[in-house]
Write a protein that binds this ligand. Structure first.
Ligand code: NAP
Length: 308
Protein backbone atom coordinates (compact mmCIF):
# COMPACT_ATOMS: atom_id res chain seq x y z
CA UNK A 1 0.00 0.00 0.00
CA UNK A 2 1.27 3.48 -0.81
CA UNK A 3 0.58 6.40 1.53
CA UNK A 4 -0.93 8.45 -1.26
CA UNK A 5 -4.51 9.49 -0.67
CA UNK A 6 -5.99 10.22 -4.08
CA UNK A 7 -8.70 12.80 -4.71
CA UNK A 8 -10.83 10.53 -6.82
CA UNK A 9 -10.82 6.93 -8.00
CA UNK A 10 -13.18 5.95 -10.81
CA UNK A 11 -14.36 2.38 -11.04
CA UNK A 12 -15.47 1.46 -14.56
CA UNK A 13 -14.53 2.49 -18.08
CA UNK A 14 -17.71 2.87 -20.12
CA UNK A 15 -18.97 6.26 -21.32
CA UNK A 16 -19.80 7.27 -17.71
CA UNK A 17 -16.40 6.33 -16.28
CA UNK A 18 -14.34 7.88 -19.07
CA UNK A 19 -16.40 11.09 -19.10
CA UNK A 20 -16.05 11.35 -15.32
CA UNK A 21 -12.33 10.84 -15.88
CA UNK A 22 -12.09 13.63 -18.47
CA UNK A 23 -13.89 16.11 -16.20
CA UNK A 24 -12.01 15.05 -13.05
CA UNK A 25 -8.66 15.26 -14.83
CA UNK A 26 -9.41 18.70 -16.25
CA UNK A 27 -10.33 19.77 -12.69
CA UNK A 28 -6.80 18.69 -11.71
CA UNK A 29 -8.03 15.81 -9.52
CA UNK A 30 -5.59 13.36 -11.14
CA UNK A 31 -8.10 10.50 -11.31
CA UNK A 32 -7.23 6.85 -11.56
CA UNK A 33 -9.69 4.86 -13.64
CA UNK A 34 -9.96 1.13 -13.08
CA UNK A 35 -11.03 -0.26 -16.44
CA UNK A 36 -12.61 -3.45 -15.04
CA UNK A 37 -13.34 -6.80 -16.65
CA UNK A 38 -14.67 -5.33 -19.92
CA UNK A 39 -12.59 -2.23 -20.72
CA UNK A 40 -14.76 0.24 -22.61
CA UNK A 41 -17.97 -1.41 -21.39
CA UNK A 42 -21.03 -2.48 -23.34
CA UNK A 43 -20.24 -0.42 -26.46
CA UNK A 44 -17.28 -2.63 -27.16
CA UNK A 45 -19.69 -5.43 -28.08
CA UNK A 46 -21.75 -3.37 -30.53
CA UNK A 47 -20.78 -2.45 -34.05
CA UNK A 48 -21.94 0.86 -35.46
CA UNK A 49 -23.09 3.64 -33.12
CA UNK A 50 -25.17 6.22 -34.97
CA UNK A 51 -26.82 8.07 -32.10
CA UNK A 52 -23.83 9.46 -30.22
CA UNK A 53 -23.71 13.15 -31.18
CA UNK A 54 -20.67 14.44 -33.00
CA UNK A 55 -20.26 11.59 -35.48
CA UNK A 56 -22.32 12.42 -38.58
CA UNK A 57 -21.23 9.22 -40.31
CA UNK A 58 -21.60 7.08 -37.14
CA UNK A 59 -18.73 5.39 -35.36
CA UNK A 60 -17.89 1.81 -34.41
CA UNK A 61 -18.56 1.16 -30.69
CA UNK A 62 -15.03 -0.12 -29.91
CA UNK A 63 -13.53 2.87 -31.75
CA UNK A 64 -15.66 5.33 -29.77
CA UNK A 65 -14.51 3.80 -26.50
CA UNK A 66 -10.89 3.73 -27.59
CA UNK A 67 -11.16 7.42 -28.49
CA UNK A 68 -12.69 8.20 -25.07
CA UNK A 69 -9.78 6.40 -23.41
CA UNK A 70 -7.26 8.37 -25.48
CA UNK A 71 -9.08 11.59 -24.63
CA UNK A 72 -8.90 10.94 -20.90
CA UNK A 73 -5.24 9.89 -21.15
CA UNK A 74 -4.41 13.24 -22.80
CA UNK A 75 -4.87 14.76 -19.37
CA UNK A 76 -3.37 13.92 -16.02
CA UNK A 77 -5.35 10.71 -15.58
CA UNK A 78 -4.28 7.10 -15.37
CA UNK A 79 -6.20 4.13 -16.71
CA UNK A 80 -5.37 0.87 -14.97
CA UNK A 81 -6.45 -2.20 -16.91
CA UNK A 82 -7.36 -4.32 -13.96
CA UNK A 83 -10.37 -5.35 -11.94
CA UNK A 84 -11.24 -3.94 -8.51
CA UNK A 85 -11.56 -6.91 -6.20
CA UNK A 86 -12.72 -5.29 -2.95
CA UNK A 87 -13.80 -1.91 -1.57
CA UNK A 88 -14.27 -0.45 1.90
CA UNK A 89 -16.46 2.64 2.07
CA UNK A 90 -17.07 2.38 5.83
CA UNK A 91 -14.29 4.80 6.74
CA UNK A 92 -12.38 7.70 5.21
CA UNK A 93 -10.26 7.72 3.22
CA UNK A 94 -12.15 5.14 1.19
CA UNK A 95 -10.20 2.04 0.26
CA UNK A 96 -10.14 0.11 -2.98
CA UNK A 97 -8.17 -3.03 -3.70
CA UNK A 98 -6.91 -4.45 -6.96
CA UNK A 99 -5.83 -7.91 -5.85
CA UNK A 100 -3.26 -7.14 -3.12
CA UNK A 101 -2.68 -3.51 -4.04
CA UNK A 102 -4.58 -1.03 -1.91
CA UNK A 103 -5.57 2.47 -3.07
CA UNK A 104 -6.96 5.20 -0.83
CA UNK A 105 -9.10 8.09 -1.93
CA UNK A 106 -11.15 11.00 -0.62
CA UNK A 107 -13.88 10.33 -3.16
CA UNK A 108 -15.03 7.53 -5.45
CA UNK A 109 -17.05 7.50 -8.65
CA UNK A 110 -18.71 4.19 -9.49
CA UNK A 111 -19.46 3.66 -13.17
CA UNK A 112 -19.46 -0.11 -13.38
CA UNK A 113 -22.48 -0.23 -15.67
CA UNK A 114 -24.91 -3.04 -16.18
CA UNK A 115 -24.68 -6.20 -18.18
CA UNK A 116 -27.43 -7.29 -20.50
CA UNK A 117 -28.40 -10.79 -19.56
CA UNK A 118 -27.77 -13.14 -22.42
CA UNK A 119 -28.83 -16.65 -23.31
CA UNK A 120 -25.29 -17.91 -22.83
CA UNK A 121 -25.10 -19.78 -26.11
CA UNK A 122 -21.94 -20.11 -28.21
CA UNK A 123 -23.65 -19.01 -31.44
CA UNK A 124 -24.99 -15.96 -29.60
CA UNK A 125 -21.48 -14.98 -28.47
CA UNK A 126 -20.03 -15.58 -31.94
CA UNK A 127 -22.65 -13.38 -33.63
CA UNK A 128 -22.86 -10.59 -31.04
CA UNK A 129 -22.63 -7.33 -33.00
CA UNK A 130 -23.12 -9.29 -36.24
CA UNK A 131 -26.87 -9.75 -36.14
CA UNK A 132 -27.25 -10.52 -32.44
CA UNK A 133 -27.86 -7.47 -30.27
CA UNK A 134 -28.93 -6.66 -26.73
CA UNK A 135 -29.93 -3.09 -27.57
CA UNK A 136 -32.82 -2.27 -29.89
CA UNK A 137 -32.31 1.49 -29.58
CA UNK A 138 -28.70 1.10 -30.70
CA UNK A 139 -29.12 -1.39 -33.52
CA UNK A 140 -32.77 -1.39 -34.65
CA UNK A 141 -32.10 1.07 -37.44
CA UNK A 142 -29.98 -1.51 -39.29
CA UNK A 143 -32.92 -3.87 -39.80
CA UNK A 144 -35.08 -1.82 -42.13
CA UNK A 145 -37.52 -4.11 -44.03
CA UNK A 146 -35.97 -7.22 -42.51
CA UNK A 147 -37.43 -9.99 -40.34
CA UNK A 148 -36.12 -10.30 -36.80
CA UNK A 149 -36.85 -11.92 -33.46
CA UNK A 150 -36.90 -10.50 -29.95
CA UNK A 151 -36.31 -12.98 -27.13
CA UNK A 152 -38.07 -12.31 -23.80
CA UNK A 153 -41.51 -11.72 -22.36
CA UNK A 154 -41.08 -8.75 -20.02
CA UNK A 155 -41.63 -5.02 -20.53
CA UNK A 156 -38.23 -4.61 -22.19
CA UNK A 157 -38.90 -7.30 -24.79
CA UNK A 158 -42.32 -5.91 -25.66
CA UNK A 159 -41.14 -2.31 -25.71
CA UNK A 160 -38.21 -3.24 -27.93
CA UNK A 161 -40.43 -5.32 -30.22
CA UNK A 162 -42.82 -2.37 -30.67
CA UNK A 163 -39.91 -0.01 -31.28
CA UNK A 164 -38.36 -2.39 -33.81
CA UNK A 165 -41.52 -2.48 -35.94
CA UNK A 166 -40.57 1.05 -37.05
CA UNK A 167 -37.83 -0.58 -39.07
CA UNK A 168 -38.37 -4.31 -39.42
CA UNK A 169 -40.98 -5.81 -41.72
CA UNK A 170 -41.84 -8.46 -39.13
CA UNK A 171 -40.90 -8.99 -35.48
CA UNK A 172 -41.44 -12.35 -33.81
CA UNK A 173 -41.32 -12.30 -30.02
CA UNK A 174 -39.91 -15.59 -28.77
CA UNK A 175 -41.12 -16.29 -25.25
CA UNK A 176 -40.47 -19.41 -23.22
CA UNK A 177 -43.94 -19.45 -21.59
CA UNK A 178 -47.53 -19.04 -22.75
CA UNK A 179 -48.10 -15.67 -21.09
CA UNK A 180 -46.11 -12.47 -20.93
CA UNK A 181 -44.60 -11.12 -17.74
CA UNK A 182 -44.94 -7.61 -19.17
CA UNK A 183 -47.53 -5.09 -17.95
CA UNK A 184 -51.05 -5.05 -19.43
CA UNK A 185 -50.53 -1.89 -21.45
CA UNK A 186 -47.36 -3.23 -23.06
CA UNK A 187 -49.02 -6.57 -23.81
CA UNK A 188 -51.98 -4.88 -25.43
CA UNK A 189 -49.80 -2.56 -27.47
CA UNK A 190 -47.58 -5.36 -28.73
CA UNK A 191 -50.38 -7.78 -29.51
CA UNK A 192 -52.32 -5.10 -31.42
CA UNK A 193 -49.33 -4.41 -33.66
CA UNK A 194 -49.81 -6.12 -37.02
CA UNK A 195 -46.07 -6.47 -37.58
CA UNK A 196 -45.63 -8.45 -34.35
CA UNK A 197 -46.12 -12.20 -34.02
CA UNK A 198 -45.47 -14.32 -30.95
CA UNK A 199 -43.80 -17.71 -30.76
CA UNK A 200 -45.23 -18.88 -27.43
CA UNK A 201 -43.59 -21.61 -25.33
CA UNK A 202 -40.52 -21.28 -27.50
CA UNK A 203 -36.79 -21.02 -27.02
CA UNK A 204 -33.90 -20.42 -29.39
CA UNK A 205 -32.42 -23.78 -30.31
CA UNK A 206 -29.86 -22.45 -32.81
CA UNK A 207 -28.73 -19.16 -34.34
CA UNK A 208 -27.37 -19.56 -37.88
CA UNK A 209 -24.67 -18.99 -39.06
CA UNK A 210 -21.51 -18.26 -37.03
CA UNK A 211 -19.34 -19.41 -39.96
CA UNK A 212 -20.79 -16.70 -42.19
CA UNK A 213 -20.32 -14.10 -39.43
CA UNK A 214 -23.93 -13.00 -39.86
CA UNK A 215 -27.39 -14.10 -38.77
CA UNK A 216 -29.14 -16.01 -41.54
CA UNK A 217 -31.94 -17.58 -39.50
CA UNK A 218 -32.89 -19.22 -36.24
CA UNK A 219 -34.24 -22.59 -35.18
CA UNK A 220 -36.89 -22.31 -32.47
CA UNK A 221 -38.00 -25.16 -30.27
CA UNK A 222 -41.43 -25.43 -28.73
CA UNK A 223 -40.75 -26.47 -25.14
CA UNK A 224 -44.14 -28.20 -24.79
CA UNK A 225 -44.21 -30.20 -28.02
CA UNK A 226 -40.51 -30.37 -28.88
CA UNK A 227 -41.37 -29.18 -32.39
CA UNK A 228 -38.66 -27.30 -34.27
CA UNK A 229 -39.39 -24.29 -36.43
CA UNK A 230 -37.06 -22.42 -38.79
CA UNK A 231 -37.37 -18.64 -39.10
CA UNK A 232 -35.44 -16.84 -41.85
CA UNK A 233 -34.50 -13.81 -39.76
CA UNK A 234 -31.46 -11.54 -40.02
CA UNK A 235 -31.57 -10.09 -36.51
CA UNK A 236 -31.83 -11.54 -32.99
CA UNK A 237 -32.53 -9.10 -30.16
CA UNK A 238 -32.07 -10.45 -26.66
CA UNK A 239 -34.25 -8.62 -24.11
CA UNK A 240 -34.31 -10.86 -21.06
CA UNK A 241 -33.26 -8.23 -18.54
CA UNK A 242 -30.19 -6.40 -17.29
CA UNK A 243 -28.09 -6.91 -14.22
CA UNK A 244 -26.31 -3.93 -12.66
CA UNK A 245 -22.67 -4.65 -11.91
CA UNK A 246 -22.89 -3.94 -8.20
CA UNK A 247 -21.93 -7.19 -6.46
CA UNK A 248 -18.72 -5.49 -5.29
CA UNK A 249 -20.67 -2.85 -3.35
CA UNK A 250 -23.31 -5.03 -1.68
CA UNK A 251 -23.76 -4.13 1.99
CA UNK A 252 -21.89 -0.84 1.58
CA UNK A 253 -24.27 1.27 -0.49
CA UNK A 254 -28.03 1.51 -0.65
CA UNK A 255 -29.46 -0.33 -3.65
CA UNK A 256 -32.93 -1.15 -4.90
CA UNK A 257 -34.27 -4.69 -4.97
CA UNK A 258 -32.77 -5.29 -8.44
CA UNK A 259 -29.31 -4.20 -7.24
CA UNK A 260 -29.20 -0.73 -8.87
CA UNK A 261 -27.39 1.85 -6.72
CA UNK A 262 -29.72 4.50 -5.30
CA UNK A 263 -28.39 8.03 -5.54
CA UNK A 264 -29.49 10.20 -2.65
CA UNK A 265 -28.54 13.70 -3.65
CA UNK A 266 -27.82 14.29 -7.33
CA UNK A 267 -25.14 11.67 -8.10
CA UNK A 268 -24.14 11.05 -4.46
CA UNK A 269 -24.90 7.60 -3.09
CA UNK A 270 -25.95 6.77 0.48
CA UNK A 271 -22.28 7.24 1.45
CA UNK A 272 -21.20 10.91 1.16
CA UNK A 273 -18.13 11.10 -1.05
CA UNK A 274 -19.11 8.04 -3.08
CA UNK A 275 -20.84 8.93 -6.36
CA UNK A 276 -22.45 6.71 -8.97
CA UNK A 277 -23.20 7.36 -12.62
CA UNK A 278 -24.41 5.59 -15.73
CA UNK A 279 -26.21 2.28 -16.09
CA UNK A 280 -25.28 1.23 -12.56
CA UNK A 281 -27.99 3.65 -11.34
CA UNK A 282 -30.05 4.08 -14.49
CA UNK A 283 -32.42 1.32 -15.53
CA UNK A 284 -34.52 3.54 -17.76
CA UNK A 285 -32.44 5.32 -20.41
CA UNK A 286 -29.29 3.13 -20.61
CA UNK A 287 -27.76 5.12 -23.46
CA UNK A 288 -24.10 5.94 -24.04
CA UNK A 289 -24.92 9.64 -24.18
CA UNK A 290 -26.98 9.62 -20.96
CA UNK A 291 -24.26 7.64 -19.18
CA UNK A 292 -21.63 10.11 -20.41
CA UNK A 293 -23.77 13.00 -19.18
CA UNK A 294 -24.11 11.41 -15.77
CA UNK A 295 -20.37 10.72 -15.60
CA UNK A 296 -19.84 14.45 -16.12
CA UNK A 297 -22.33 15.21 -13.32
CA UNK A 298 -20.60 12.79 -10.95
CA UNK A 299 -17.20 14.38 -11.57
CA UNK A 300 -18.61 17.88 -10.99
CA UNK A 301 -20.35 16.67 -7.82
CA UNK A 302 -17.13 15.01 -6.61
CA UNK A 303 -15.18 18.19 -7.31
CA UNK A 304 -17.67 20.26 -5.27
CA UNK A 305 -17.64 17.69 -2.48
CA UNK A 306 -13.83 17.83 -2.31
CA UNK A 307 -13.89 21.64 -2.22
CA UNK A 308 -16.41 21.50 0.63
P1 NAP B 1 -37.90 -8.87 -16.70
O1 NAP B 1 -39.15 -8.20 -16.28
O2 NAP B 1 -37.10 -9.59 -15.68
O3 NAP B 1 -38.31 -9.89 -17.86
C1 NAP B 1 -37.37 -10.76 -18.40
C2 NAP B 1 -38.08 -11.65 -19.41
O4 NAP B 1 -37.10 -12.46 -20.04
C3 NAP B 1 -39.11 -12.58 -18.77
O5 NAP B 1 -40.24 -12.69 -19.59
C4 NAP B 1 -38.35 -13.90 -18.68
O6 NAP B 1 -39.18 -15.04 -18.85
C5 NAP B 1 -37.42 -13.83 -19.87
N1 NAP B 1 -36.20 -14.57 -19.63
C6 NAP B 1 -35.33 -14.44 -18.59
N2 NAP B 1 -34.28 -15.28 -18.75
C7 NAP B 1 -34.49 -15.94 -19.91
C8 NAP B 1 -33.77 -16.93 -20.62
N3 NAP B 1 -32.59 -17.39 -20.16
N4 NAP B 1 -34.28 -17.39 -21.77
C9 NAP B 1 -35.46 -16.92 -22.26
N5 NAP B 1 -36.19 -15.97 -21.64
C10 NAP B 1 -35.71 -15.50 -20.47
O7 NAP B 1 -36.87 -7.85 -17.41
P2 NAP B 1 -37.18 -6.55 -18.29
O8 NAP B 1 -38.22 -6.82 -19.27
O9 NAP B 1 -35.84 -6.07 -18.77
O10 NAP B 1 -37.71 -5.51 -17.23
C11 NAP B 1 -36.93 -5.16 -16.08
C12 NAP B 1 -37.71 -4.12 -15.23
O11 NAP B 1 -37.77 -2.88 -15.95
C13 NAP B 1 -39.15 -4.54 -14.96
O12 NAP B 1 -39.51 -4.10 -13.69
C14 NAP B 1 -39.92 -3.80 -16.02
O13 NAP B 1 -41.28 -3.55 -15.65
C15 NAP B 1 -39.13 -2.51 -16.15
N6 NAP B 1 -39.29 -1.92 -17.50
C16 NAP B 1 -40.33 -1.06 -17.70
C17 NAP B 1 -40.54 -0.50 -18.95
C18 NAP B 1 -41.66 0.44 -19.15
O14 NAP B 1 -42.50 0.56 -18.28
N7 NAP B 1 -41.73 1.15 -20.25
C19 NAP B 1 -39.72 -0.85 -20.03
C20 NAP B 1 -38.69 -1.76 -19.80
C21 NAP B 1 -38.50 -2.30 -18.53
P3 NAP B 1 -40.24 -15.46 -17.71
O15 NAP B 1 -41.35 -14.47 -17.82
O16 NAP B 1 -40.63 -16.83 -18.11
O17 NAP B 1 -39.49 -15.40 -16.42
Amino acid sequence: MSNTVHDVLIIGSGPAGYTAGIYAARADLKPIIFAGPQPGGQLTITTEVENFPGFPEGIQGPQLMDDMRKQVERFDAKVIFDVVSKVDFSQKPFRVWVNDTEYQSKSIIISTGASAMLLGREDETALMGHGVSACATCDGFFYRDQEIIVVGGGDSALEEASFLTKFASKVTIVHRRDEFRASKIMRERALANKKIEVAWDSVVEKIHDPEKKSVTGVTLKNVKTGELNELPVTGVFIAIGHKPNTDLFKGQLEMDEAGYIINKERTMTSVPGVFASGDVVDKIYRQAVTAAGMGCQAALDAERYLEG
